[in-house]
Design a protein around this ligand. Structure first.
Ligand code: HEC
Ligand code: HEC
Length: 280
Protein backbone atom coordinates (compact mmCIF):
# COMPACT_ATOMS: atom_id res chain seq x y z
CA UNK A 1 0.00 0.00 0.00
CA UNK A 2 1.40 3.44 -0.88
CA UNK A 3 1.78 6.13 1.76
CA UNK A 4 -1.07 8.06 0.17
CA UNK A 5 -3.36 5.01 0.26
CA UNK A 6 -2.48 4.43 3.90
CA UNK A 7 -3.33 8.01 4.76
CA UNK A 8 -6.65 7.76 2.91
CA UNK A 9 -7.44 4.55 4.70
CA UNK A 10 -6.74 6.10 8.08
CA UNK A 11 -8.97 9.07 7.38
CA UNK A 12 -11.81 6.87 6.13
CA UNK A 13 -11.56 4.63 9.13
CA UNK A 14 -11.54 7.39 11.66
CA UNK A 15 -14.36 9.25 9.94
CA UNK A 16 -16.49 6.12 9.82
CA UNK A 17 -15.79 5.44 13.48
CA UNK A 18 -16.60 8.97 14.48
CA UNK A 19 -19.81 9.23 12.48
CA UNK A 20 -21.05 5.91 13.81
CA UNK A 21 -20.41 7.29 17.29
CA UNK A 22 -18.38 4.15 17.79
CA UNK A 23 -14.84 3.16 18.54
CA UNK A 24 -13.29 3.49 15.11
CA UNK A 25 -10.68 6.04 15.87
CA UNK A 26 -9.52 4.50 19.13
CA UNK A 27 -9.19 1.18 17.38
CA UNK A 28 -7.39 2.85 14.49
CA UNK A 29 -4.95 4.38 16.98
CA UNK A 30 -4.34 1.08 18.72
CA UNK A 31 -3.58 -0.74 15.50
CA UNK A 32 -1.73 2.13 13.86
CA UNK A 33 -1.67 2.15 10.09
CA UNK A 34 -1.31 -1.61 9.70
CA UNK A 35 -4.34 -1.70 7.43
CA UNK A 36 -6.10 -3.99 9.89
CA UNK A 37 -7.72 -0.90 11.32
CA UNK A 38 -10.46 -1.23 8.71
CA UNK A 39 -11.65 -4.37 10.45
CA UNK A 40 -11.27 -3.05 13.95
CA UNK A 41 -14.67 -1.42 14.64
CA UNK A 42 -16.40 -4.79 14.63
CA UNK A 43 -13.90 -6.23 17.09
CA UNK A 44 -13.83 -3.54 19.77
CA UNK A 45 -16.90 -2.67 21.77
CA UNK A 46 -17.68 0.70 23.31
CA UNK A 47 -17.37 -0.83 26.76
CA UNK A 48 -13.72 -1.77 26.61
CA UNK A 49 -12.03 1.35 25.29
CA UNK A 50 -11.97 4.77 26.86
CA UNK A 51 -11.69 6.55 23.46
CA UNK A 52 -9.14 9.07 24.58
CA UNK A 53 -7.38 11.09 21.86
CA UNK A 54 -3.65 11.76 21.52
CA UNK A 55 -2.56 15.08 23.00
CA UNK A 56 0.57 17.17 22.62
CA UNK A 57 1.11 20.32 24.66
CA UNK A 58 -0.51 23.38 23.06
CA UNK A 59 0.15 27.08 23.64
CA UNK A 60 -2.48 28.77 25.85
CA UNK A 61 -1.54 32.21 24.52
CA UNK A 62 -2.29 31.18 20.93
CA UNK A 63 -5.78 29.98 21.75
CA UNK A 64 -6.86 33.26 23.36
CA UNK A 65 -6.79 35.32 20.19
CA UNK A 66 -8.56 32.56 18.23
CA UNK A 67 -11.35 32.19 20.79
CA UNK A 68 -11.91 35.93 21.07
CA UNK A 69 -12.18 36.29 17.29
CA UNK A 70 -14.46 33.26 16.96
CA UNK A 71 -16.92 34.81 19.37
CA UNK A 72 -17.25 37.89 17.21
CA UNK A 73 -17.65 35.78 14.06
CA UNK A 74 -21.02 34.57 15.34
CA UNK A 75 -19.79 31.36 16.94
CA UNK A 76 -20.59 32.74 20.38
CA UNK A 77 -19.23 31.23 23.60
CA UNK A 78 -19.79 27.52 22.95
CA UNK A 79 -18.46 26.94 19.46
CA UNK A 80 -16.14 29.94 19.86
CA UNK A 81 -14.29 28.08 22.61
CA UNK A 82 -14.53 24.63 21.04
CA UNK A 83 -13.39 25.69 17.57
CA UNK A 84 -10.36 27.54 18.93
CA UNK A 85 -9.26 24.43 20.87
CA UNK A 86 -10.01 22.01 18.02
CA UNK A 87 -8.29 24.16 15.37
CA UNK A 88 -5.16 24.55 17.45
CA UNK A 89 -5.13 20.77 17.98
CA UNK A 90 -5.73 20.18 14.24
CA UNK A 91 -2.70 22.32 13.46
CA UNK A 92 -0.34 20.83 16.03
CA UNK A 93 -1.60 17.26 16.45
CA UNK A 94 -3.78 16.37 13.44
CA UNK A 95 -6.10 13.37 13.73
CA UNK A 96 -8.59 12.81 15.21
CA UNK A 97 -9.13 16.56 15.69
CA UNK A 98 -9.36 17.01 11.91
CA UNK A 99 -12.48 14.83 12.02
CA UNK A 100 -14.46 16.60 14.73
CA UNK A 101 -17.10 19.08 13.49
CA UNK A 102 -17.02 22.07 15.82
CA UNK A 103 -20.67 22.90 15.17
CA UNK A 104 -21.65 20.34 17.81
CA UNK A 105 -20.82 22.98 20.44
CA UNK A 106 -22.81 25.80 18.87
CA UNK A 107 -26.00 25.20 20.85
CA UNK A 108 -24.04 26.18 23.98
CA UNK A 109 -24.50 29.87 23.13
CA UNK A 110 -25.96 31.89 26.01
CA UNK A 111 -25.78 28.92 28.37
CA UNK A 112 -27.70 26.70 25.91
CA UNK A 113 -29.58 28.65 23.22
CA UNK A 114 -30.14 31.51 25.64
CA UNK A 115 -31.41 29.42 28.58
CA UNK A 116 -28.53 30.84 30.59
CA UNK A 117 -27.74 27.50 32.24
CA UNK A 118 -24.19 26.11 31.95
CA UNK A 119 -21.88 28.77 30.44
CA UNK A 120 -21.12 27.75 26.83
CA UNK A 121 -17.41 28.08 27.43
CA UNK A 122 -17.51 25.95 30.60
CA UNK A 123 -19.50 23.42 28.56
CA UNK A 124 -17.34 23.35 25.43
CA UNK A 125 -14.02 23.43 27.31
CA UNK A 126 -15.17 20.39 29.26
CA UNK A 127 -16.16 18.66 25.99
CA UNK A 128 -12.61 19.14 24.74
CA UNK A 129 -11.17 17.67 27.95
CA UNK A 130 -13.53 14.72 27.55
CA UNK A 131 -12.30 14.23 24.00
CA UNK A 132 -8.67 14.15 25.15
CA UNK A 133 -9.07 11.97 28.24
CA UNK A 134 -12.03 9.85 27.24
CA UNK A 135 -14.28 8.06 29.71
CA UNK A 136 -11.89 8.33 32.63
CA UNK A 137 -11.29 9.64 36.12
CA UNK A 138 -8.82 12.07 34.59
CA UNK A 139 -11.62 13.69 32.58
CA UNK A 140 -13.66 14.06 35.76
CA UNK A 141 -10.72 15.43 37.73
CA UNK A 142 -9.82 18.03 35.08
CA UNK A 143 -13.41 19.15 34.47
CA UNK A 144 -13.98 19.46 38.24
CA UNK A 145 -10.94 21.70 38.47
CA UNK A 146 -11.91 23.68 35.36
CA UNK A 147 -15.40 24.44 36.67
CA UNK A 148 -14.25 25.21 40.20
CA UNK A 149 -11.66 27.55 38.76
CA UNK A 150 -14.34 29.15 36.54
CA UNK A 151 -16.57 29.74 39.57
CA UNK A 152 -13.84 31.60 41.40
CA UNK A 153 -12.05 33.48 38.62
CA UNK A 154 -12.36 37.27 38.24
CA UNK A 155 -13.44 37.40 34.58
CA UNK A 156 -12.48 38.89 32.20
CA UNK A 157 -8.68 39.14 32.24
CA UNK A 158 -7.79 38.79 28.55
CA UNK A 159 -6.82 42.06 26.96
CA UNK A 160 -7.24 41.65 23.17
CA UNK A 161 -5.34 43.60 20.53
CA UNK A 162 -7.25 46.86 20.12
CA UNK A 163 -8.56 46.09 16.63
CA UNK A 164 -9.96 42.64 17.40
CA UNK A 165 -13.36 43.52 18.82
CA UNK A 166 -14.30 46.85 17.28
CA UNK A 167 -14.34 48.19 20.84
CA UNK A 168 -10.79 49.41 21.26
CA UNK A 169 -9.13 49.79 24.63
CA UNK A 170 -12.15 48.95 26.72
CA UNK A 171 -11.22 48.69 30.35
CA UNK A 172 -13.82 46.24 31.63
CA UNK A 173 -14.63 45.61 35.30
CA UNK A 174 -14.16 42.05 36.57
CA UNK A 175 -16.41 39.85 38.70
CA UNK A 176 -16.42 36.46 40.42
CA UNK A 177 -19.69 34.55 40.14
CA UNK A 178 -19.23 31.48 42.41
CA UNK A 179 -21.07 29.59 39.71
CA UNK A 180 -20.69 28.02 36.27
CA UNK A 181 -24.14 29.27 35.27
CA UNK A 182 -24.38 31.78 32.43
CA UNK A 183 -27.22 33.50 34.25
CA UNK A 184 -25.24 34.01 37.45
CA UNK A 185 -22.01 34.85 35.63
CA UNK A 186 -23.57 37.46 33.34
CA UNK A 187 -25.91 38.96 35.94
CA UNK A 188 -23.19 39.31 38.58
CA UNK A 189 -21.02 41.10 36.04
CA UNK A 190 -23.83 43.37 34.79
CA UNK A 191 -24.73 44.40 38.35
CA UNK A 192 -21.12 45.23 39.05
CA UNK A 193 -20.28 46.98 35.76
CA UNK A 194 -23.68 48.67 35.25
CA UNK A 195 -23.73 47.52 31.62
CA UNK A 196 -26.97 45.88 30.49
CA UNK A 197 -26.98 42.24 29.38
CA UNK A 198 -27.73 43.33 25.79
CA UNK A 199 -24.90 45.87 25.63
CA UNK A 200 -21.95 45.33 23.24
CA UNK A 201 -19.68 45.70 26.27
CA UNK A 202 -21.31 42.62 27.81
CA UNK A 203 -20.68 40.65 24.61
CA UNK A 204 -17.12 41.85 24.69
CA UNK A 205 -16.82 40.72 28.30
CA UNK A 206 -17.98 37.23 27.32
CA UNK A 207 -15.64 37.10 24.32
CA UNK A 208 -12.72 37.86 26.65
CA UNK A 209 -14.00 35.35 29.18
CA UNK A 210 -13.92 32.57 26.58
CA UNK A 211 -10.31 33.45 25.76
CA UNK A 212 -9.47 33.04 29.48
CA UNK A 213 -11.38 29.75 29.57
CA UNK A 214 -9.86 28.19 26.44
CA UNK A 215 -6.39 29.04 27.76
CA UNK A 216 -7.20 27.46 31.14
CA UNK A 217 -8.30 24.23 29.44
CA UNK A 218 -4.94 24.05 27.70
CA UNK A 219 -3.03 24.82 30.90
CA UNK A 220 -4.82 21.98 32.67
CA UNK A 221 -4.21 19.52 29.83
CA UNK A 222 -0.54 20.55 29.62
CA UNK A 223 -0.07 20.13 33.37
CA UNK A 224 -1.64 16.67 33.21
CA UNK A 225 0.56 15.76 30.24
CA UNK A 226 3.66 16.73 32.25
CA UNK A 227 2.43 14.85 35.32
CA UNK A 228 2.27 18.19 37.13
CA UNK A 229 -1.46 18.60 37.64
CA UNK A 230 -2.37 20.12 41.00
CA UNK A 231 -5.80 20.81 42.35
CA UNK A 232 -5.75 24.56 43.02
CA UNK A 233 -9.36 25.72 43.19
CA UNK A 234 -11.10 24.62 46.38
CA UNK A 235 -14.77 24.12 47.01
CA UNK A 236 -16.49 26.99 48.71
CA UNK A 237 -19.08 24.63 50.18
CA UNK A 238 -19.20 25.27 53.93
CA UNK A 239 -16.94 22.85 55.71
CA UNK A 240 -18.07 23.40 59.29
CA UNK A 241 -19.54 19.90 59.49
CA UNK A 242 -17.01 17.95 57.49
CA UNK A 243 -13.82 19.66 56.31
CA UNK A 244 -13.56 17.42 53.23
CA UNK A 245 -17.10 17.31 51.97
CA UNK A 246 -19.04 20.10 53.71
CA UNK A 247 -22.76 19.89 52.98
CA UNK A 248 -22.06 16.94 50.73
CA UNK A 249 -21.15 14.74 53.67
CA UNK A 250 -24.94 14.23 53.92
CA UNK A 251 -26.40 15.70 50.71
CA UNK A 252 -24.78 13.76 47.91
CA UNK A 253 -25.66 11.08 45.42
CA UNK A 254 -25.92 7.57 46.75
CA UNK A 255 -26.20 8.43 50.42
CA UNK A 256 -28.92 7.25 52.71
CA UNK A 257 -32.15 9.18 52.00
CA UNK A 258 -32.81 9.75 55.71
CA UNK A 259 -29.53 11.55 56.38
CA UNK A 260 -29.98 13.92 53.41
CA UNK A 261 -29.22 11.79 50.36
CA UNK A 262 -32.14 13.09 48.32
CA UNK A 263 -30.02 15.54 46.33
CA UNK A 264 -26.85 15.61 44.25
CA UNK A 265 -24.41 18.16 42.86
CA UNK A 266 -21.15 19.96 43.50
CA UNK A 267 -22.13 23.61 42.94
CA UNK A 268 -21.84 26.25 45.64
CA UNK A 269 -24.82 25.39 47.93
CA UNK A 270 -24.98 28.66 49.80
CA UNK A 271 -25.50 30.66 46.64
CA UNK A 272 -29.01 29.20 46.43
CA UNK A 273 -29.70 27.86 49.92
CA UNK A 274 -29.32 28.57 53.53
CA UNK A 275 -29.06 25.60 55.86
CA UNK A 276 -31.15 26.57 58.85
CA UNK A 277 -31.19 22.97 60.08
CA UNK A 278 -27.47 23.22 60.83
CA UNK A 279 -27.94 26.11 63.25
CA UNK A 280 -30.29 24.19 65.50
C1 HEC B 1 -25.38 16.02 59.07
C2 HEC B 1 -26.03 15.85 57.78
C3 HEC B 1 -26.34 17.13 57.03
C4 HEC B 1 -25.47 18.11 56.66
C5 HEC B 1 -23.97 18.18 56.91
C6 HEC B 1 -26.24 19.07 55.92
N1 HEC B 1 -27.55 18.70 55.86
FE1 HEC B 1 -29.06 19.69 54.95
N2 HEC B 1 -30.40 18.32 55.63
C7 HEC B 1 -30.07 17.15 56.28
C8 HEC B 1 -31.31 16.42 56.55
C9 HEC B 1 -31.39 15.06 57.23
C10 HEC B 1 -32.37 17.19 56.02
C11 HEC B 1 -33.88 16.90 56.07
C12 HEC B 1 -34.43 17.07 57.46
C13 HEC B 1 -34.22 18.46 58.02
O1 HEC B 1 -34.71 19.44 57.43
O2 HEC B 1 -33.57 18.58 59.07
C14 HEC B 1 -31.76 18.38 55.47
C15 HEC B 1 -32.45 19.42 54.85
C16 HEC B 1 -31.88 20.44 54.13
C17 HEC B 1 -32.61 21.45 53.38
C18 HEC B 1 -34.12 21.58 53.27
C19 HEC B 1 -34.76 21.96 54.58
C20 HEC B 1 -34.17 23.14 55.32
O3 HEC B 1 -34.07 23.03 56.56
O4 HEC B 1 -33.84 24.17 54.73
C21 HEC B 1 -31.69 22.28 52.82
C22 HEC B 1 -31.95 23.49 51.95
C23 HEC B 1 -30.38 21.79 53.21
N3 HEC B 1 -30.54 20.69 53.99
C24 HEC B 1 -29.18 22.38 52.80
C25 HEC B 1 -27.96 22.07 53.39
C26 HEC B 1 -26.75 22.82 53.15
C27 HEC B 1 -26.63 24.04 52.26
C28 HEC B 1 -25.77 22.24 53.90
C29 HEC B 1 -24.34 22.71 54.06
C30 HEC B 1 -24.21 24.03 54.66
C31 HEC B 1 -26.37 21.10 54.56
N4 HEC B 1 -27.69 21.06 54.24
C32 HEC B 1 -25.68 20.22 55.36
C33 HEC B 1 -28.80 16.74 56.63
C34 HEC B 1 -27.66 17.49 56.51
C1 HEC C 1 -28.42 26.89 41.36
C2 HEC C 1 -29.07 26.89 42.67
C3 HEC C 1 -28.79 25.72 43.59
C4 HEC C 1 -27.58 25.27 44.02
C5 HEC C 1 -26.19 25.79 43.65
C6 HEC C 1 -27.84 24.19 44.96
N1 HEC C 1 -29.19 24.01 45.05
FE1 HEC C 1 -30.14 22.68 46.24
N2 HEC C 1 -31.90 23.14 45.39
C7 HEC C 1 -32.12 24.17 44.49
C8 HEC C 1 -33.52 24.18 44.10
C9 HEC C 1 -34.13 25.18 43.12
C10 HEC C 1 -34.14 23.14 44.81
C11 HEC C 1 -35.58 22.71 44.75
C12 HEC C 1 -36.44 23.74 45.45
C13 HEC C 1 -36.21 23.77 46.91
O1 HEC C 1 -36.61 22.84 47.58
O2 HEC C 1 -35.57 24.73 47.41
C14 HEC C 1 -33.10 22.53 45.64
C15 HEC C 1 -33.31 21.53 46.56
C16 HEC C 1 -32.39 21.11 47.53
C17 HEC C 1 -32.69 20.31 48.70
C18 HEC C 1 -34.08 19.82 49.10
C19 HEC C 1 -34.77 20.96 49.78
C20 HEC C 1 -36.02 20.58 50.54
O3 HEC C 1 -36.83 21.50 50.76
O4 HEC C 1 -36.15 19.43 50.91
C21 HEC C 1 -31.55 20.17 49.40
C22 HEC C 1 -31.33 19.45 50.70
C23 HEC C 1 -30.50 20.83 48.64
N3 HEC C 1 -31.06 21.40 47.51
C24 HEC C 1 -29.18 20.87 48.99
C25 HEC C 1 -28.17 21.46 48.25
C26 HEC C 1 -26.77 21.33 48.52
C27 HEC C 1 -26.16 20.55 49.67
C28 HEC C 1 -26.11 22.03 47.56
C29 HEC C 1 -24.60 22.18 47.40
C30 HEC C 1 -23.86 20.94 47.18
C31 HEC C 1 -27.13 22.63 46.69
N4 HEC C 1 -28.36 22.23 47.13
C32 HEC C 1 -26.86 23.48 45.61
C33 HEC C 1 -31.15 25.03 44.00
C34 HEC C 1 -29.80 24.91 44.22
Amino acid sequence: MSKKEKEDNKVKTSRRGFLAGSTGFAAGLALGSSGLSLLAPTKVSAQNVDESAPYEKLNPEEVKLMAHENYHKGLDCGEGTFKALIELARDKIGEPYTEIPTVLAWYGAGGGVGWSKLCGSANAGAAFISLVHGRSKTTKKLVDEYWRWYSQYPFPQYDPPSDASGLPDLDLPTSVSNSVDCHVSVTTWCQKSKYSSGAPERSERCSRLIADCAARVIELLNAEKDGKFEKVAVSSTPTSVDPDNGCRSCHSKGKDFEIGGFTRGKADCIQCHQAPHLKR
